[in-house]
Design a protein around this ligand. Structure first.
Ligand code: ASP
Ligand code: SER
Ligand code: ZN
Length: 652
């Protein structure tokens, strides 16, 4: 994900020209506080207003993001207090801006000023009430939920506690038994139970903010940020899902059959996949099921996990031998050397990802990136391990925050996060209000497009796998590897906000929070829990983006867009042959096209930016289908004679 700037809804706009032209009238000399809180001059022109907004955002961003960074990397009562106070200050300022933006006739402005006014009105991911007491309450709840997720641990009888990394390892381990998987899955979901009350209140408060901004509810605000009417956007998401749904259903069917082969009757719940059996806490990435889903055993070895683990062990062995052997070290020194090896490994993985971007002609990451990022989980405190990428200011100071482990999923997540980072760097010349994605799905798609270029050829070129086999079997194996990450994700990417849109618009009531969650999981993903998940649970809260209040449809859109971007960059690179064989690494033409697209930021409607890169103005799932054509044919063949599909459970 992107950083907390999403939460803060700092998305704003104006041109440098406007900013410069109006600088004599803004509060240039003021402190950030003065710049932000000074009541708007009622005679301020729209251009002047926009210049002031940009200036304020530039001035307050460092302080707000520093507070958020502390809140996420040093969770305790103090950092939460600072974080929520900073958010409170920001949201108060933002509310004033939104209100003032409404007073201008947008149609009468120059295009850039008009766009800023528009963005101000639709870019709040956390609409906040005007009432100062309620606004404060909202920011405190958001910080509390975020902190609780970050601290979350599954404990048995108050001891033997496991954090998200440890629980995920149990889920991912092919040697875990059915019962161990179930216990770990259920265990993680205990962390969300205390969030239910807070979430309910959070919904009331943010909806009040949305109403004051002139929207029906917060979900409607979220759907308004796509340069099209909110109602059209919902239909657009449905249309895109309709394009890829048949492919997903084939993958679901094949996977379920393999689970039934392994677990017998326990491998399926009425045709649905048991929630604790996908190798992932939320059933969003099925890559860990590789041992049972690999179509052709051992063809074109893609054992990236094995390669990464070995690298990490080699690093450790080298460090230990330089220190005279383990026997030479105290217990404390042994812990220390393990940690050093983890940091070295995480840094190497990050540099590997960076080299893809620099290979395209993009700049090296600034030195502060490596000095200030959090790449591994600290031993001495709670942090939010969920990966994120941060612009600390509006001038290119960037960081990531991750708890990197040496495995394939984490490696691709680094490539993903650096996509955000390079977007920040590419658009840092834009005025602060345009320093954002063309839409939020673009932001999530930058790095994932690069991940699509991590073909067996590319992986071999960086020494992670042997020279790839060339055969039809190898194609299917490598397509399956990609599908388990990408196709499995698609309905998940959609269902999270189907749930939240319903919660915000009141069609899902608090007494139905959990039931509605599982209805949507069933409907879109065809997954189901094996035990009853009644209203004493709050299972949505066990997924980071719910307590973190990060809109999620962006990830669904990204999973469509990234195939379109990939295809365009492959064209730019002069690729010939089937789409899935394209690797545009080190191609300067692809790099130039990509960078030019990213430089635009949010300065124009996304359709225009899309057109500049792809030639078309629409999101479209046909590149997904083109890419996965061999696998889809293969899956249909495998599933012949099986009863695919699942029953929609009755609505509660
Ligand atoms: N990029 C991911 C997300 O956007 C981060 C992760 O998977 O940890 O939330
Ligand atoms: N990064 C997002 C998540 O972890 C989408 O993959 O949910
Ligand atoms: Zn992301």
């Amino acid at each position: 994900m992107k950083s907390q700037r999403a939460l803060l809804a700092l998305a704003i706009s104006a041109s440098l020209f406007t900013l410069a032209a109006c600088s004599k009238t803004d509060n240039a000399a003021g402190t950030p506080a003065a710049a932000g809180t000074t009541a708007a001059a009622s005679n301020e022109t729209a251009d002047e207003f926009v210049a002031r907004v940009n200036k304020t955002v530039k001035d307050i961003t460092p302080e707000i993001t520093s507070a958020a960074w502390l809140g996420a990397t040093f969770i305790n009562a103090d950092s939460q207090r600072l974080e929520s106070a900073a958010n409170e200050r920001f949201l108060t300022i933002n509310n004033g801006f939104v209100e003032q933006a409404k007073s201008y006739d947008v149609a009468a402005q120059n295009p850039q000023t008009a766009r800023v006014l528009h963005l101000l009105k639709v870019s709040a991911s956390l609409p906040a009430p005007r009432d100062p007491a309620k606004l404060k309450e909202l920011t405190e709840i958001v910080s509390r939920m975020g902190g609780e997720y970050g601290k979350g641990k599954w404990c048995v009888d108050g001891k033997d506690c496991k954090d998200i990394g440890q629980v995920s390892e149990i889920l991912a381990n092919p040697a875990s038994t059915y019962e161990e998987l179930k216990a770990a899955w259920e265990g993680w979901h205990t962390i969300a139970v205390p969030m239910r009350k807070d979430y309910q209140r959070f919904v009331e408060l943010t909806n009040e903010g949305a109403t004051e901004m002139g929207f029906g509810n917060t979900g409607e605000v979220w759907r308004s940020g796509y340069d099209m009417p909110a109602a059209d956007f919902q239909a657009e998401a449905d249309r895109l899902w309709g394009q890829v749904q048949p492919l997903y259903e084939q993958l679901q069917c094949y996977t379920r059959e393999k689970l039934v082969e392994k677990y017998g009757e326990q491998g399926s719940v009425d045709g649905m996949i048991p929630a604790h059996l996908t190798g992932n806490l939320w059933q969003q990435d099925w890559g860990n099921l590789w041992p049972i889903l690999e179509p052709y055993k051992g063809v074109g070895s893609l054992d990236i996990n094995g390669a990464l683990k070995k690298q990490r062990d080699d690093i450790l062995a080298e460090m230990v031998s330089a220190a005279g052997g383990m026997g030479n070290l105290t217990a404390a020194e042994q812990v220390e050397i393990e940690r050093k090896a983890d940091i070295e490994m995480a840094t190497r993985m990050t540099k590997l990802a960076e080299s893809f971007y620099t290979g395209l002609g993009m700049p090296a990451l600034p030195p502060t990136f490596y000095a200030d990022s959090m790449l591994v989980q600290p031993r001495d405190r709670d942090v939010v391990c969920h990966a994120s990428a941060w612009p600390m200011n509006t001038e290119g100071e960037v960081r990531i925050k991750m708890c990197i482990k040496p495995n394939e999923e984490e490696l691709t997540t680094i490539y993903h996060e650096l996509g955000h980072i390079y977007y920040y760097l590419a658009y840092k010349g834009q005025p602060p209000m345009f320093q954002n994605g063309a839409h939020d799905g673009f932001h999530e798609a930058i790095g994932d497009t690069i991940v699509l270029s991590m073909t067996p050829d590319y992986l071999a070129s960086i020494g992670l796998v042997d020279k790839p086999a060339v055969s039809e079997e190898a194609v299917i194996n490598s397509q399956m590897r990609m599908a388990l990450a990408k196709v499995a994700f698609m309905p998940f990417g959609l269902m999270i906000d189907r749930w939240r849109w319903g919660v915000f618009d009141g069609s899902i009531k608090p007494e139905n929070y959990n039931a509605a969650w599982w209805e949507l999981k069933a409907k879109y993903q065809g997954v189901a829990p094996v035990g009853a998940r009644g209203e004493e649970f709050f299972d949505p809260g066990a997924k980071y983006h719910v307590p973190g209040n990060t809109p999620y449809t962006r990830y669904f859109l990204s999973h469509i867009l990234q195939f379109q971007f990939y295809k365009s960059l492959c064209d730019a690179a002069g690729h010939e042959g089937p789409l899935y064989t394209c690797n545009f690494a080190n191609n300067p033409e692809a790099g130039k096209r990509y960078w030019a697209m990213m430089e635009r930021g949010a300065s124009q409607p996304w359709q225009q930016t899309m057109k500049e890169l792809t030639g078309g103005e629409q999101m479209d799932g046909s590149a997904v289908l083109e890419y996965f054509a061999p696998l889809q044919t293969w899956l249909i063949e495998q599933n012949k004679g099986k009863t695919c599909g699942w029953e929609q459970p009755a609505k509660s």
